[in-house]
Design a protein around this ligand. Structure first.
Ligand code: SAM
Length: 506
C-alpha cells in the first residue's frame, strides 16, 4: 500500500524541526518513499560515531509532554504504554494546527498502518474501509504462525480487543472530560481514528527514557529498518521518572548521594541519532528497530517483512512445551530404580543459575530480553538449531526421570559436553561415567525436537506443500502474500530442524 509523503509536507516538517531546534546534519536528506519518509545521504561520505541528529527532549511527544498529560495515566512499557501514547497522539491530532506538534504530525502517513491485528475488523470501526477484501484469505493462512501468536497479549486476549476496550473505557470518557482549550467540544474521534493512532505508535514510537517513556520522536522515526543499520538513537534511560532530570533532583531518595557525575547541559537536553557505520554517498540511511526482530515481529508491529531475515525462528511457550513433553515416551534405563522428579520447581532446576552459567556459545544473550522486543527463548533458529534454553528444558525434563535431583546440575553440565562431542562425531572420546544415561537422554532430546517440529508442521500452512504455497503467492493480494511468504519460511525452518535432528545415527 503506497502512502508517499509529498514534498510540501516534508517542507512543513523541516520548518517545524528548525522552529523546535531539532538539528539535522546537512549530509542527510529526508525524502519521500513508498511507505512515507526515508532518509538518504547526500554527496558526502559519513564516518561512524558522528552525531547526525539532535532532538531536544522538549520536542518529543509523550504522555508526559502532551496537552492532556494530567488526564492520561502513564505506563512504563508494553501494551499499556502503547495505548496511553496512542491516546496522547490522538488528542494532538484532534488539536490540528493548535498542537505544537502539528508540523510533525501532518507528515505522518494518512491511513492506518496495515497491521494484521486490524485485519477483518476494519469494517467494524464504522468507516467501511475497503482494504479488507484481502483479509479472509490472509487470516486463513495466519493460523498457527508466529505472527498469529503476537496478536494476543500475555493473558491470551486479542490485542484488537484490548484496543477496543481501551477506546470505550478510557478514550471516550477522557475526550468527554477534556476542557475546550485542550480539544474543541465537538471533537469526538472514532474508533478508526484511534486505530490509526495505535498503528502509528506501534510502527514508530521509541522508548526514550524513564521520564518520557514511549514517545513519538520526529525525524528519528523517518528512518527505515535494516539490521545492517547505519544509525541508532542514543538516550540516557536512567533519568528521574518524576521530572526527567539526569542530575540530582529533589525526587532522589538519598539526598546525600552526590556520586553520579553531572553531565553537560547539552547531553541532558537532547536525544541524538549517531552513526555506527560508514555511510556511502547517495545511499539510504537505515536505523534498526531491534537487532533480533523476526519477520513475524516486523509484520505484527510494523506491517512489513524483510526478504531474508536471519533472526527468523519458531518459538514455543514453556507451558505448551511441558505439556508436549508429557505426551512423549520417557527414556528408561534397563536397570536401576526410576527417579520421581521434583513436582514444584520446573524439573528441580535453578534456572537462573543455569542461564547465567552459559557462556559465549549460547544462541541468545539474556541481555537481549527487553520489554519491547521480547525474545522468545524456547525456539529453533532459521538454521534448525535449538536455542540453549530449549535444549536445557528438554534435557532436564528427561534427566529428571533418570537422575536424582541433587545430581542434576553436574549431570547436565556433563551432558552438554557429551552432546557437543556426539554432534561432532567424537563421542568415543567422552569420559566414562554415566555414558548409557547420557546416550538415552541425547536420543530423547533428538526425538523430542523432531516430534515438536512435526507437530508444529501440522498446524502451519493447512497441510499445503511449500511448492503449492509458492504458486499461491504469485496470485495473491498483498496481505495474503505477506502471510504466505511467512508460512513458507516457517515450514522451511521446521523441515530443516527436523532433518538436522533426524540425521543422528541411533
Ligand atoms: C518508523 S517508520 C519509518 C519511516 C517510514 N518510511 C515512514 O515515514 O512511514 C516505520 C514504517 O516504515 C516502513 N518500513 C521501515 N523499514 C522498512 C523496510 N525495510 N521495508 C519496508 N518497509 C519498511 C514500514 O511501513 C514501517 O511501518
Amino acid at each position: 500500500m503506497e502512502r508517499r509523503t509529498d514534498s510540501a509536507q516534508i517542507e512543513t516538517l523541516l520548518s517545524w524541526c528548525s522552529a523546535h531546534n531539532l538539528q539535522i546534519d546537512q549530509r542527510l536528506q529526508v525524502v519521500p518513499d513508498n511507505t512515507g519518509l526515508a532518509v538518504y545521504s547526500g554527496a558526502a561520505f559519513v564516518n561512524p560515531s558522528q552525531t547526525l541528529i539532535k532532538i531536544p527532549k522538549s520536542a518529543v511527544l509523550s504522555v508526559k509532554s502532551c496537552s492532556a498529560s494530567q488526564f492520561i495515566e502513564t505506563s512504563p512499557y508494553g501494551l499499556d504504554a502503547q495505548l496511553a501514547l496512542s491516546l496522547a497522539l490522538l488528542i494532538e491530532l484532534e488539536r490540528g494546527r493548535t498542537s505544537i506538534w502539528y508540523g510533525y504530525l501532518q507528515s505522518l502517513p494518512d491511513g492506518t498502518v496495515d497491521l494484521p491485528l486490524f485485519w477483518g475488523i476494519e469494517n467494524d470501526s464504522g468507516t467501511g474501509s475497503s482494504n479488507d477484501s484481502d483479509s479472509p484469505e490472509a487470516l486463513k493462512w495466519l493460523e498457527g504462525t508466529e505472527i498469529e501468536r503476537l496478536l494476543f497479549d500475555a493473558e491470551g486476549i486479542p490485542i484488537s480487543d484490548r484496543i477496543r476496550r481501551y477506546f470505550a473505557e478510557v478514550v471516550v470518557p477522557t475526550m468527554a472530560r477534556l476542557p475546550p482549550e485542550v480539544v474543541p467540544e465537538s471533537s469526538q474521534p472514532t474508533l478508526q481514528q484511534f486505530f490509526r493512532a495505535y498503528s502509528l505508535v506501534s510502527s514508530r514510537a521509541f522508548l526514550v527514557d524513564a521520564y518520557h517513556g514511549l514517545s513519538m520522536v520526529a525525524i528519528a522515526d523517518a528512518f527505515n529498518h535494516s539490521y545492517d543499520n547505519h544509525v541508532h538513537l542514543e538516550t540516557e534511560y536512567e533519568v528521574c521518572p518524576d521530572c526527567g532530570s539526569l542530575q540530582q533532583c529533589p525526587h532522589d531518595q538519598d539526598p546525600t548521594d552526590f556520586s553520579s557525575p553531572s553531565k553537560a547541559a547539552e547531553t541532558e537536553d537532547d536525544y541524538e541519532m549517531v552513526s555506527n557505520a560508514n555511510i556511502s554517498p547517495h545511499s539510504e540511511v537505515f536505523n534498526t528497530y531491534g537487532e533480533t526482530l523476526t519477520n513475524a515481529q516486523l509484520i505484527a508491529q510494523y506491517g512489513f517483512s524483510l526478504d531474508v531475515n536471519e533472526n527468523d525462528r519458531i518459538t514455543w511457550q514453556f507451558d505448551d512445551l511441558v505439556k508436549f513433553l508429557d505426551g512423549l515416551p520417557i527414556p528408561r534405563r534397563s536397570s536401576g530404580n526410576p527417579v520421581v522428579p521434583a513436582p514444584n520447581a520446573p524439573f528441580g532446576l535453578p534456572w537462573k543459575i543455569l542461564a547465567d552459567s552459559f557462556d559465549q556459545n549460547v544462541f541468545i544473550d539474556l541481555d537481549l530480553i527487553d520489554p519491547l522486543h521480547n525474545v522468545d527463548v524456547f525456539c529453533v533458529t532459521c538454521e534448525g538449531k535449538v536455542s540453549w534454553q530449549l535444549w536445557l528444558l528438554i534435557s532436564s525434563y528427561f534427566s529428571a526421570r533418570l537422575i536424582p535431583a541433587d545430581e542434576m546440575l553436574s549431570f547436565l553440565a556433563r551432558l552438554g559436553e557429551y552432546h557437543t562431542l556426539w554432534e561432532n562425531g567424537n563421542e568415543d572420546t567422552a569420559a566414562d561415567g554415566d555414558l548409557d544415561t547420557m546416550i538415552l537422554v541425547v536420543k530423547a532430546i533428538a526425538f523430542a525436537v523432531v516430534s515438536l517440529c512435526q507437530e508444529r508442521k501440522t498446524r502451519v500452512g493447512r497441510g499445503t506443500t511449500r511448492r503449492q504455497l509458492g504458486d499461491l503467492v504469485d496470485h495473491s493480494q498483498p496481505r495474503a502474500k505477506l502471510v504466505l511468504l511467512q508460512v513458507i519460511t516457517e515450514l522451511s525452518i521446521l523441515e530443516s530442524s527436523e532433518a538436522l535432528w533426524s540425521e543422528t545415527d541411533f
